[in-house]
Design a protein. Structure first.
Length: 145
């Protein structure tokens, strides 16, 4: 699996958010990208929102590995942000997520099954469970169509 190019990370050259994603992720393998999430998920998760679809499909694997690791215990921020990222990408480019729909459905299920581990404060984040259930169902429908 080859690393995404700068253009795949930031397909719109003048986009400042895409430029930020390039600075953070260009040339990074999945282990290096996961290390970024482990270091400070809140600082790097937003890059997943703004990078191009090919780069997202690559680097979301690092976010998933982080979410499924013990290192993410108590990290409500990554879970909350991840829901928003997936919802946004589904709204604007659902077809681009098809190649990773199985992995995305699986991580949604994982979050639901391990929800308490993330220490999500409802007063801050709301109840994220219905959002992840809806996301999982959407990705499952993509897989089965």
């Amino acid at each position: 699996m080859r690393l995404p190019t700068a253009t795949e990370i930031n397909p719109i050259p003048y986009d400042l958010d895409g430029q930020h994603a390039v600075r953070n992720f260009l040339g990074k393998c999945l282990d290096e990208a996961e290390a970024l999430f482990r270091e400070s998920s809140i600082n790097y998760q937003e890059d997943l929102m703004f990078m191009g679809a090919p780069a997202f499909r690559f680097y979301v694997q690092a976010a998933i590995s982080y979410i499924q690791s013990e290192a993410s215990t108590g990290d409500a921020d990554i879970v909350s942000c991840f829901a928003s990222i997936l919802e946004h990408r589904l709204e604007f480019e659902a077809e681009e997520l098809f190649p990773v729909a199985t992995q995305l459905a699986s991580v949604c299920r994982y979050i639901l099954e391990h929800y308490d581990r993330f220490t999500i404060t409802p007063e801050i984040y709301g109840d994220l469970q219905p959002r992840f259930w809806a996301l999982e169902q959407t990705f499952l429908r993509q897989i089965h169509t």
